[in-house]
Design a protein around this ligand. Structure first.
Ligand code: SAH
Length: 391
């Protein structure tokens, strides 16, 4: 375990249990961090926290305990068991796909576990937690008893700022893991898909879409595997169209419709850049009852914010122009760096540019299997606004 001594005054956030230690707050280091463990001490040398050590990240330590306990197998077991109990309280019926461990939100900084039916996917988000893999894996197997466990080690790459489009995974020969969400059948693309294979965080928004879709036309922008469209069709939507730039995602979107007994028409799967596709649709004055706009994070680092804001404004302006009077727009941002407040302002500017009046009817982010610790508000990344067009 390496010992990280903080500069004077830098212990304040730790005493408030904030779990991140930035490299700039370290005065000196001693010892050996090769086991991935760090002990944080204040300027007077008093131990105040322990956690996972990531020497190549700006966040050199992510804290797990503030009472002197060492992160080890027993602690992992306890934290995972607590996470499992929470899910028992909050998950809807007929739902076997859920986030089982949500990093800081479950006091397990740097560890995600998503469960898809019989398969669990554990993602280790930092170099430190990668070094704890053996014990984390054991605790995950014991707690969640998956038939198969896939491990995604993205930590070392993330810490070094490497893009992770083609991550190697320690799989156990699974590609598509079937699961249920509110009784609908989906497959997580756990071997090569985005994230851990499915965007579980949008479950509540899909369920709301389902409840208002009856008889309506739905345009699903940045659709990935088309889960919003499937929810809309289950709610009686007249038609649902998926737009995404990824062929792999759209192939899975077709499978999802088939698996739920909906017809598959080529014209309902559009491989295109959403910005270009929207411009075409706007020029031909298309009108949709419901538009869903759930883009990837346009801002991944602070320097991106300006350009990202412009991107969100453009895509929202174009999407708004397609919404029929009295229709709905669900617009989302999953950039953690973009605050809910700023996102609201961007969406407002877009409505001015579009010359369209909307009211915010509901604000909805990730579901309750994505808890956010009060100690670490940065964990709240997904912002969704349900907007209704006047008319
Ligand atoms: N709404 C989805 C998740 C969206 S993730 C769900 O609930 O499952 C973002 C998606 O946007 C990815 O599938 C990615 O392939 C796609 N994408 C990213 N940039 C794009 C662009 N410029 N045009 C079209 N699709 C894009």
């Amino acid at each position: 375990m390496i010992r990280l001594a903080l500069k004077p005054g830098r212990e304040k956030s730790v005493l408030r249990r904030h779990p991140w230690i930035f490299s700039g707050s370290i005065a000196s280091e001693s010892g050996d961090g090769s086991d991935g463990r760090a002990e944080v001490v204040d300027a007077a040398g008093k131990p105040i926290a322990r956690g996972a050590y990531s020497p190549h990240s700006q966040i050199v330590a992510r804290l797990w305990t503030f009472d002197g306990r060492t992160p080890d197998l027993d602690l992992f077991r306890e934290r995972f068991a607590a996470a499992r109990r929470l899910r028992k309280d909050v998950l809807p019926a007929d739902t076997s796909g859920f986030r089982a461990v949500n990093s800081e939100g479950d006091r397990c900084a740097g560890v995600l576990v998503d469960v898809f039916g019989e398969v669990a996917v554990m993602e280790l988000l930092t170099e430190g937690t990668e070094l704890w893999r053996k014990d984390l894996e054991l605790a995950a197997r014991e707690t969640f008893t998956p038939a198969r466990l896939v491990i995604r080690e993205s930590g070392s790459d993330r810490d070094r700022g490497v893009r992770q489009s083609s991550l190697p995974r320690r799989g156990e020969g699974v590609a598509h893991a079937p699961f249920l969400e509110n009784g609908l059948r989906f497959f997580a693309d756990v071997s090569s898909g985005q994230k851990t294979g499915f965007y579980l965080d949008q479950r509540d928004n899909r369920s709301r879409l389902r409840s208002l879709a009856n008889g309506r036309s739905v345009l699903d922008l940045f659709s990935y595997s088309g889960a919003f469209s499937v929810a809309a069709l289950a709610g009686g939507a007249r038609r649902a169209v998926d737009v995404d730039s990824s062929d792999v995602a759209l192939a899975l979107a077709r499978e999802h419709r088939r698996a739920n007994g909906f017809p598959v028409h080529d014209r309902d799967f559009v491989r295109a850049d959403v910005f270009e596709d929207l411009r075409r649709r706007a020029e031909s004055r298309e009108s949709w009852d419901v538009v869903v706009c759930d883009p990837p994070a346009f801002a991944k680092k602070r320097g991106d914010l300006r350009r990202a804001a412009r991107g969100y404004q453009d895509v929202n302006r174009l999407a708004m122009s397609l919404v029929a009077p009295g229709g709905w727009l669900l617009t989302c941002s999953c950039s953690g760096l973009l605050s809910a407040d700023l996102f609201g302002k961007i969406v407002f500017s877009a409505s001015l540019e579009a010359g369209a009046e909307f009211a915010v009817v509901s604000r909805a982010g990730a579901g309750p299997d994505h808890p956010v610790s009060l100690d670490c508000p940065e964990g709240e990344y997904l912002k969704g606004l349900w907007l209704r067009r006047a008319g």
